[in-house]
Write a protein that binds this ligand. Structure first.
Ligand SMILES: Nc1ncnc2c1ncn2[C@@H]1O[C@H](COP(=O)(O)OP(=O)(O)OP(=O)(O)O)[C@@H](O)[C@H]1O
Length: 237
């Protein structure tokens, strides 16, 4: 589970500061997904950067399964992120020369210290299982150029799950895809959230999908508020 408490983040802005995240608290339990939407510049990406421990808040805490990341030094925080958090960004950012299965295998080599690294065969088995879970088992040997946009995004999602993360942080996974493929990726992320028991935090402009999330939130000027049933009915229409 991920527990965000009273997070605030400011950036210098001329003589003053801009408050990107303003006293945000949010808990997402394992096996559930929280959807966050909001206008451009409202602080969604900043909040995801805090939740992923990529940046430290001015105030507040980020706890992953009870471990407070804000209390850790840089090395320990990096290790926590690598071992406990899966990240899915808008663009798949796959390595052009690697096949789908290699994209996943290399994650393990990049992010796990040598002494704790599982045997190569076990890594390959997990990579193949994940490709199967995202419907790409038959495409394991293909390079990114041989895959469609939707398939590349599926590899991206599978890769984020490679290290068995407690938390899955997803930033607008569908912006490069058409409506039908977007819906499929969101369905897949919800299915994987339950199957791999991740606490999933997903930012999207696709408000239609919010009613299907376990909780739905809106950011406005850095503040996070629960969407009301009326707002959810509105976006679903
Ligand atoms: N590195 C930075 N330096 C200064 N200001 C920043 C920085 N990053 C974000 N901001 C400001 O913080 C606020 C929130 O930005 P953020 O990118 O989190 O919004 P967003 O909701 O993700 O927007 P979008 O939907 O357009 O991606 C904005 O006012 C933005 O200008």
């Amino acid at each position: 589970m991920i527990d965000l408490t009273h997070l605030t983040l400011t950036f210098p802005d001329g003589d003053g500061v801009v408050t990107a995240v303003d006293d945000v608290s949010l808990t997402v339990a394992a096996g559930t997904a929280a959807g966050i939407t909001g206008p451009s510049g409202s602080g969604k990406s900043s909040l995801l950067a805090l939740a992923s421990t990529l940046i430290a808040p001015d105030t507040g805490t980020v706890s992953i399964d009870g471990v407070d990341a804000t209390g850790l030094d840089l090395a320990a925080r990096t290790e926590l992120r690598r071992s406990r958090i899966g990240l899915v960004f808008q663009q798949a950012n796959l390595l052009p020369s690697l096949t789908a299965v290699e994209q996943l295998q290399v994650m393990n080599e990049l992010t796990t210290s040598r002494s704790r690294r599982p045997a190569r065969a076990a890594v390959r088995t997990r990579a193949m299982d994940l490709l199967d879970a995202v419907g790409l088992a038959e495409h394991a040997g293909k390079r990114p150029a041989q895959l469609s946009g939707g398939q590349r995004q599926r590899v991206n999602v599978a890769r984020a799950l490679m290290n068995d993360p407690a938390v899955l942080v997803v930033d607008e996974p569908t912006s490069a895809l058409d409506r039908e493929r977007s819906a499929q990726i969101i369905d897949l992320i919800l299915e994987l959230t339950a199957r791999y028991d991740t606490a999933t935090l997903l930012v999207t402009h696709e408000t239609r999908i919010l009613p299907r999330m376990d909780s739905a939130w809106q950011m406005v000027d850095g503040r996070l508020g629960a969407m009301t049933p009326a707002q959810l009915a509105d976006v679903a229409a």
